[in-house]
Design a binder for this molecule. Structure first.
Ligand code: SF4
Ligand SMILES: [Zn+2]
Length: 338
């Protein structure tokens, strides 16, 4: 079965109330060189148009595409989430899709969201696919917010990886066009990179992310390295449950960050489910110290990556050699343990 078809076969759509946003929380991020509270909002929309058609191999949002959300229902979600704002100066807006897709967020509601959030926060960030970036919504963002950022999921600069491992068909070219336009109007750009798409060995994954970070550096203000976390009912989940995939080692995340020290953009990583089986993890004993060091370097609180040590380093290094020799990207450790 081909990847674009397999993605749609594995999803498990969930019923949901269109008047309820999906989630909101506060996390640490950097604003003007300072660590601040960042407010994260995930609105419920009809979801990503690409997920409706096919979808990316790692994306759990494909399970959120069943519910139609009318503009007035999105406005209701906005009213509810504004009530829980607590002075965070930076807000990050996600929709399980694309903020600049007019079918998903109609222009009138998009303006309302930008105005209300711009009134409350110094910086507003929204996420969208690069080929949906246009001048008008960028200018709107800057009209309402002092600082406006677009977050673009590039994942990899390698078209073969995008097509055959991620199932995404927009690459560096579209990313550069969107980033240039954003910079032209005065917005900033955050580029998301995916560390270890399926079918890549650990070493290939490291090389792919390091190369991508350098390729996208001139067009990015921030580069966020997202180590794979295995989301349910996805192609990656399907492989993982059969020991045909292992999320990256935290050693690999540290290695990528070390090799990106020469990158001019702010490079960061906040491994989702870090230290857990579905997220980037090591042996278990050292995971906490790795996640903490990665968090610190991401927030500009000091670089302790060279001090990280554990006996599992030998296993990770063996794996880097072994997977190449065996010509496999399966979870060799799990297969050996049976
Ligand atoms: S990863 Fe992004 S572009 Fe891909 S299906 Fe999910 S929401 Fe859409
Ligand atoms: Zn360890």
């Amino acid at each position: 079965m081909r990847l674009p078809h397999l993605v749609t076969q594995l999803r498990d759509v969930r019923p949901a109330n269109p008047e309820e946003y999906i989630s909101t929380w506060t996390e640490k991020d950097v604003l003007d060189g300072r660590v601040v509270d960042a407010w994260v909002i995930i609105f419920r929309t009809r979801g990503c148009y690409w997920a409706r058609k096919s979808g990316c191999s790692m994306c759990g949002y494909v399970n959120d595409v069943a519910v139609e959300v009318a503009p007035h229902e999105l406005a209701t979600q906005l009213g509810k989430v504004l009530a829980v704002h607590k002075d965070q100066p930076f807000v990050k807006v996600y929709t399980s899709g694309n903020f600049f897709d007019d079918q998903e967020v109609v222009p009138e509601i998009r303006r309302q969201i930008l105005k209300e959030l711009g009134d409350r926060c110094d910086k507003v960030m929204v996420e969208t696919l690069s080929h949906l970036v246009r001048r008008e919504p960028l200018e709107e963002g800057l009209r309402y917010a002092d600082k406006f950022e677009i977050a673009l999921g590039l994942e990899s600069a390698n078209d073969i990886v995008l097509r055959h491992a991620v199932n995404k068909f927009w690459g560096l070219r579209e990313h550069i066009r969107a980033a240039d336009l954003a910079h032209e109007v005065g917005a900033t750009v955050k580029s998301y990179l995916l560390l270890k798409p399926p079918f890549l060995t650990e070493r290939e994954a490291i090389e792919d992310t390091v190369e991508t970070a350098h390729a996208v550096d001139p067009y990015s203000d921030t580069i966020s390295i997202n180590p794979m976390n295995v989301q349910r009912n996805t192609v990656v989940d399907h492989l993982w449950t059969r020991a045909e995939y292992r999320p990256p080692w935290l050693w690999s995340v540290a290695e990528v960050l070390r090799r990106c020290r020469d990158v001019k953009a702010h490079v960061k990583s906040h491994p989702t489910a870090g230290g857990m089986r579905r997220g980037a993890h090591n042996c278990g004993a050292c995971d906490r110290s790795f996640v903490s060091a990665i968090e610190d370097v991401s927030l500009g609180l000091g670089d302790r990556l060279d001090d990280l040590a554990c006996t599992c380093e030998a296993e990770w290094r063996d794996l880097l050699e072994l997977e190449g020799l065996m010509q496999t990207s399966a979870d060799v450790g799990a297969l050996v343990r049976g």
